[in-house]
Design a protein around this ligand. Structure first.
Ligand code: PLP
Length: 404
């Protein structure tokens, strides 16, 4: 990987904050965008903008064609069987809420159970809790150990004839654990239970093959994989998408509307009510192409090196607690500087130009597991370097001198 060439593709990396070069370590929250994505958004608005699926005029036809090409590109990226198994949504949150509502309406009833894990992002907790409240159903939780590994034995014990669906993160946004989703899905399917996999934190870091994984639903956000905000994906097996009801009503998702009855459009349109973020979808492809042009395996190796380097340097300091020590991790480290509040640390590091997330990272149950009220999260992307990690270590030493 030619890191200098890659960095040159991301204009924001040349910015300074407080007169210091920006060190961007908040990729778990959102990634920066390469010129290819920025130019795509600009170019489309300047030259091609028109509503899709609606007009017979040239611009509308052209936009529709590009949108459907985007769907096919996502299909290929995650190796879905059919393009109509790819639904464009507003993001991971939108996708999970859609499935929780729609699947829940049809299949979840009083006293039924839904299984999630202790390490989920709030986006994969709250929609299921809301469903449980609506239906008087129960949420069951797979625990993780102090290293950040799910207890698979315990998981299997949670399953029974009342379990309707399992929703699990592929990679934790706080512990970085890459979960054994294939194994989890195999166990679930032995009990005829479908599985939704939250891929928000896996898709940017490792190759994903939904057929090989055999998941029933897979969701992710464009903005976490160097693409635009407000666009995301809900992959569903054709069988499920044909069985569950649409989660939103409106234009484009219908076949025939009368005041007596409405019939719905075919897949994938029945799940895409209203004017979608078609420019987001079209320009997401530039991000996927960008990642593919570097190679996901190369990115994985580069990020793994960053993770190992940062872990060693933090451990060497002797006063850092790292949360999450799974053998398979994405390039993200949650930690605290012993006896120093994460907000104090975050504020000093910010003044040094280092952007990191401090707090609970929308995963409060993870913090409750460790009995802390938050921590600091450094999450690395394909453009980060070991020199930037050195700056972080210098920053931490400064924090320690100021507050220690
Ligand atoms: N799931 C995980 C694991 C995440 O890390 C995030 C965002 O941080 C989400 C879901 C929600 O993603 P979005 O805010 O893009 O909908």
């Amino acid at each position: 990987m030619d890191i200098n060439k890659i960095r040159a593709d991301f204009p924001i990396l040349k910015e300074e904050v407080y007169g210091k070069p920006l060190v961007y370590f908040d990729n778990g929250a959102t990634t920066q965008k390469p010129l290819q994505v920025i130019d795509c958004i600009n170019h489309f608005h300047r030259h091609k903008n028109s509503s899709i699926h609606r007009g017979v005029h040239f611009l509308s036809d052209q936009a529709t064609e590009e949108y459907e090409k985007a769907r096919e590109a996502v299909r290929s990226f995650i190796n879905a069987s059919y393009a109509h198994e790819v639904i464009f949504t507003s993001g991971t949150t939108g996708s999970i809420n859609g499935v929780a509502f729609s699947f829940g309406e049809k299949y979840v009833h009083e006293n039924d159970e839904i299984v999630i894990s202790e390490m989920e992002h709030h986006a994969n907790i709250v929609p299921w809790q809301m469903l449980c409240e609506r239906k008087n159903a129960r949420l069951k939780i797979i625990p993780f150990d102090d290293k950040g590994l799910l207890n698979i034995e315990q998981f299997e014990k949670l399953l029974n004839e009342k379990t309707r669906i399992i929703a699990i993160t592929h990679a934790s946004n706080t512990l970085a654990t890459i979960n054994p989703v294939k194994e989890i899905i195999k166990i679930a399917h032995r009990h005829n239970i479908p599985v939704l996999v939250d891929g928000a934190q896996s898709v940017p870091h490792l190759p994903v093959d939904v057929q090989d994984m055999d998941c029933d639903f897979f969701v992710f956000s464009g903005h976490k994989i160097y693409g635009p905000t407000g666009i995301g994906v809900l992959y569903g097996k054709e069988k499920w998408l044909n069985e569950i009801p649409p989660f939103q009503g409106g234009g484009d998702m219908v076949e025939k509307v009368t005041f007596e009855k409405t019939t719905y459009n075919q897949l994938p349109y029945r799940f895409e009510a209203g004017t979608t973020n078609y420019i987001g979808a079209i320009c997401l492809i530039k991000a996927l192409e960008y990642v593919q042009s570097i190679g996901l395996l190369e990115i994985q190796e580069h990020e793994h090196n960053l993770l190992s380097y940062a872990t060693k340097r933090l451990d060497d300091l002797g006063y850092i607690t790292i949360y999450g020590r799974a053998p398979q991790k994405t390039s993200l480290i949650s930690f605290n500087i012993n006896d120093i509040h994460h907000y104090d640390a975050g504020m000093v590091l910010d003044k040094m130009g280092i952007a990191m997330r401090t707090g609970t990272h929308c995963a409060q149950p993870v913090m409750q597991h460790y009995g802390i009220d938050g921590n600091i999260r450094a999450s690395f992307g394909l453009y980060n370097t070991t020199e930037e990690i050195d700056l972080l270590i210098e920053g931490i030493k400064k924090v320690k001198t100021m507050f220690g």
